[in-house]
Design a protein around this ligand. Structure first.
Ligand code: VOV
Length: 248
């Protein structure tokens, strides 16, 4: 058996995609819509307090195309807390007009492919910053789930550790070219959801997603082993713009 990579695991993560039922939303009176929006904003204010206390993080984006209209990305220390916010969203009036479109459950993950510093990694401030990240509220987000292929000669899980390490090193080098342009958060989902990882990219320039993902297709690890689910791309929805977004 090949040596399994060891993972460091951080906050639990829910990507929650919804489609707005505009036809039903329009049947409400202005006053009812206002009440629903205000109730929702109160919930977001609660998330902001959690984030300010470093006990979790969240980001809200509108999503392009017909796969969904809105995405909530939520991070919490436990799966129970994550479930609590999912349920809190579902109990709001607004949720009656948000049809579930897709969801993804995972946990922020770092692996030991690259050399680590000495000592307990969970005490290392740089590692902690990456395992318990405050989500950057960049203009754009890109999310997709992915697997590593297990087919014939292209079976990632049969490769020796050293070979996987070399491939991941090359992957990291390509990624580093996008430093300052794209922030990646890799979440592991083996045993939690349909794919093995969730890839969430943040950038102020949406075109950088296309450039990075395309360039990575030529990296051996993506070219030989990458299998991808649906891609979602979107624009930040700050609290102040929620009312405008929902205005009909
Ligand atoms: C924005 C740039 C960027 C950078 C700098 C970067 C670097 C790194 C490093 C150094 C490491 C390994 C150590 C760790 O931290 O785990 C990883 C790990 C990983 N990556 Fe990555 N990645 C990036 C970006 C980046 C992208 C765009 C993708 C999607 C691939 C594509 O073709 O669409 C991706 C995927 C992954 C995955 C699935 C893993 C876990 C693989 C596993 O088998 O465990 N990643 N990644």
């Amino acid at each position: 058996m090949s040596e399994a990579a060891q993972t460091l695991d951080g906050w639990y993560c829910l990507h929650d995609f919804r489609t707005v039922d505009w036809a039903a939303w329009k049947t409400l009176t202005n006053e009812e819509r206002q009440e629903a929006i205000q109730e929702f904003l109160t919930l977001v204010e609660k998330w902001e307090k959690t984030e300010a206390a470093n006990e979790g993080s969240h980001a809200i984006y509108t999503i392009m195309g017909q796969k969904a209209d809105i995405m909530f990305m939520l991070l919490r220390p436990t799966m129970e807390e994550l479930h609590e916010i999912e349920t809190a969203i579902n109990k709001t009036k607004l949720a009656e007009y948000l049809v579930p479109a897709y969801s993804y459950v995972s946990v922020v993950e770092l692996s030991n492919y690259l050399p680590a510093e000495a000592g307990d990694p969970y005490e290392n401030p740089e590692v902690r910053r990456r395992l318990y990240p405050i989500l950057p509220k960049t203009n754009h987000v890109c999310f997709y789930p992915m697997d590593k292929r297990r087919q014939g000669n292209d079976n990632w899980y049969m490769l020796p550790m050293e070979e996987r390490r070399n491939l991941m090193r090359a992957h990291g080098m390509t990624g580093r070219k996008y430093a300052g342009k794209v922030v990646q958060i890799i979440t592991g989902s083996v045993g939690f959801d349909d794919y093995e990882w969730g890839v969430t990219l943040f950038s102020n320039d949406v075109l950088q997603f296309k450039k990075l993902v395309y360039e990575m297709r030529f990296d051996e690890v993506s070219a030989r082993f990458g299998e991808f689910g649906s891609f979602f791309v979107g624009n930040i929805l700050p609290k102040e713009k929620m009312e405008q977004f929902l205005h009909v």
